[in-house]
Design a protein around this ligand. Structure first.
Ligand code: DX5
Ligand code: ZN
Length: 224
């Protein structure tokens, strides 16, 4: 039985962009160490968000935070260097975004960042069959990527358990992250099935009692 520390990774996509640095600091003050940064290119996904300068600004302001950068971009090989240089600790690319998945994962590993791969709701776990030894994080999308605030897709979450079983059967060592519609109603079963990084946007930043209220509610929902 694995006993990996569970991390709540607030997705800054749901933060107030006019007070971005403050939002990040509040998450850290609320007890989070991971911050999830959603990079969208208007091509791989139908939305546009941040570039490497934002990661650099957060890095300078919060030297101890784990910056978890989710690259929802086409041609991810072009962006590994700039985002790593900006200070990303973890780089997660999409398996669907490149025909050279193995090569880009090697590139991330060589950069020194934690190496992550994300799979969309329609993408099977089997796409990772031959790259398991390169992975530090597998991110299971439980919404279609591109927007915050969407409804959780239970069928996509079934891949969390599949991944955990594959990991055990093959002696692999990656962490399972879940992203999209994570809230107090589903977080406990995600962790029970093997997830240890929980990305949460709306349920943190949209909570009636603010960021601390959101983090507390999710932490509480994790208690047995
Ligand atoms: C969606 C992003 C998510 C998103 C999650 O493409 O990858 O990180 O911000 O937001 P919620 O938690 O609101 O679904
Ligand atoms: Zn994300």
């Amino acid at each position: 039985m694995r006993t990996t520390q569970v991390e709540l990774a607030p997705s800054l996509l749901a933060a107030d962009f006019s007070a971005f640095g403050d939002a990040a600091r509040r998450c850290l003050a609320a007890g989070c160490t991971w911050l999830h940064i959603d990079v969208m290119d208007g091509h791989f996904v139908p939305n546009l968000t941040f570039g490497a300068p934002l990661v650099k600004a957060l890095r300078n302001r919060e030297p101890d935070a784990i910056l978890d950068v989710h690259l929802m971009v086409s041609e991810p090989d072009k962006w590994v260097g700039p985002f790593r240089d900006a200070g990303a600790d973890a780089l997660t690319i999409h398996a669907e975004a490149t025909v050279h998945l193995h090569r880009v994962l090697q590139q991330i590993r060589a950069s020194g960042a934690l190496c992550g791969v994300a799979i969309n709701p329609a993408t099977p776990v089997s796409i990772l069959e031959h790259v398991g030894d390169l992975l530090d994080i597998v991110l299971v999308m439980t919404v279609n990527p591109g927007f915050g605030g969407q409804k959780f897709i239970p069928a996509a979450a079934e891949k969390v358990g599949q991944l955990a079983r594959w990991r055990e059967a093959n002696g692999l060592d990656f962490r399972i992250s879940v992203d999209g519609g994570v809230d107090a109603s589903n977080i406990q079963s995600l962790v029970r099935n093997g997830a240890s990084i929980l990305v949460a946007g709306s349920s943190v930043f949209g909570h009636a009692d603010g960021i601390v209220g959101g983090v507390d509610a999710l932490t509480k929902a994790l208690e047995p």
